[in-house]
Design a protein around this ligand. Structure first.
Ligand code: 2NL
Length: 341
């Protein structure tokens, strides 16, 4: 019996030492120490021993039990420690690693130019006004001295939604609305930036949808020289202190007199180059003195007040400022283009 107990101890200790995980250990515990385990089995045979041997065999059996229990506990602790180590090293996290950079977008170049234009005019005392892109025929045309039948109102040239409603073709309707809202009060000194729509075929210099900034000043005694001074100040801030401007006679239905405004060529400084077609000048905007009919539509008496107005295409300004050769770059959203601003 002693030999059987010793053999059991040896075999069980070897098994415990070799156990690869906690489950294997549990199986061993059941196999040797369980109710139907090997140790119990041996103890059951104690009855056949002579009575004087029983205490010593019983003591040995207890010793084996304690030894196995101790070995099981120790092995279990070792396996758990190893499992924890493995998990810790597998899930190692270096909290000092720099984070992955998140790609950050940039402000669209057109928006940047619009804000630059706004800042310049705000510095000159103007306020920024905005309004709807879907307009009535009245605000977009009628109030601007463009009566029904006028060639500029051709159905072919505008995006009509109904006979009376269309996508605005300029931001002038915002200026009419602003004048109306003033109820005849002066001064009016606003710029109106925003998206406008014209039914054009897109090419390098035309887009059916583009950005415009218009300006309007109405007050007592406003003269053409005020227009010239404001536009010169704008041109110098936008394109450089040594830039000059030139006004050429032109025609717009909503201004009289009207002018096209040039700046000295930003590419050649006025000497003449391909960009300015050897003229030394670049056209940047249209302007004029507000037509009396338009002042009346805005609720003003042209006998009492006068005004000037101007309008520019933001894309054209941005293209000249940054040397961009195709208006479509602004709308195709190629990040290699957009990232440069
Ligand atoms: C251009 C020319 C212009 C205006 C816009 C305007 C607005 C009112 C009254 C009178 Cl409410 N005029 N706007 C005047 C002259 C020219 O735009 O070439 N734009 C891209």
């Amino acid at each position: 019996m002693r030999e059987r107990l010793e053999a059991l101890r040896k075999e069980a200790l070897a098994g415990i030492a070799a156990a690869r995980d906690v489950r294997a250990l549990q199986e061993l515990r059941v196999r040797y120490l369980g109710k139907k385990g090997a140790l119990t089995e041996i103890l059951r045979g104690m009855g056949s021993l002579p009575p004087e041997e029983r205490p010593r065999v019983g003591e040995l059996a207890n010793e084996v039990r304690r030894a196995l229990e101790a070995a099981l506990a120790e092995r279990q602790a070792a396996l758990e420690r190893a499992a924890l180590e493995a998990r810790l090293s597998a899930e190692r996290l270096d909290v000092t690693l720099p984070g992955r950079p998140i790609p950050i977008g940039a402000r669209h170049p057109l928006l940047q130019v619009i804000e630059e234009i706004e800042d310049i005019f705000i510095g000159l005392g103007f306020e920024v006004a905005e309004g709807p892109e879907v307009e009535s025929d009245y605000y977009n045309f009628e109030a601007l001295n463009l009566p029904k039948g006028h060639p500029a109102r051709d159905m072919q040239d505008s995006f009509y939604i109904t006979e009376e409603i269309l996508l605005r073709t300029h931001t002038s309707p915002v200026q009419i609305r602003t004048m109306e809202a003033k109820g005849g009060a002066v001064p009016v000194k606003i710029i109106c930036p925003g998206k406008v729509y014209r039914r054009d075929d897109d090419d390098a210099t035309h887009s059916h949808q583009f950005m415009q900034v218009e300006g309007l000043v109405v007050d007592r005694g406003i003269r053409m020289s005020d227009l010239k001074g404001v536009l010169l100040a704008f041109a110098r801030e936008m394109f450089g202190a040594d830039v000059a401007i030139r006004l050429r006679p032109s025609y717009f239905p909503f201004t009289e007199p009207s002018a096209e405004v040039d700046i000295t060529c930003v590419m050649c400084g006025g000497r003449g180059c391909r960009v300015c077609k050897e003229t030394g000048w670049l056209e940047i905007l249209g302007a004029g003195m507000v037509h009396p009919d338009v002042l009346r539509a805005g609720g003003y008496d042209p006998e009492q007040v006068s005004g000037f107005a101007f309008g520019m295409g933001v894309e054209r300004i941005a293209m000249l400022k940054y040397g961009i050769d195709d208006i479509r770059h602004f709308y195709t959203n190629d990040v290699r283009f957009l990232e440069q601003f």
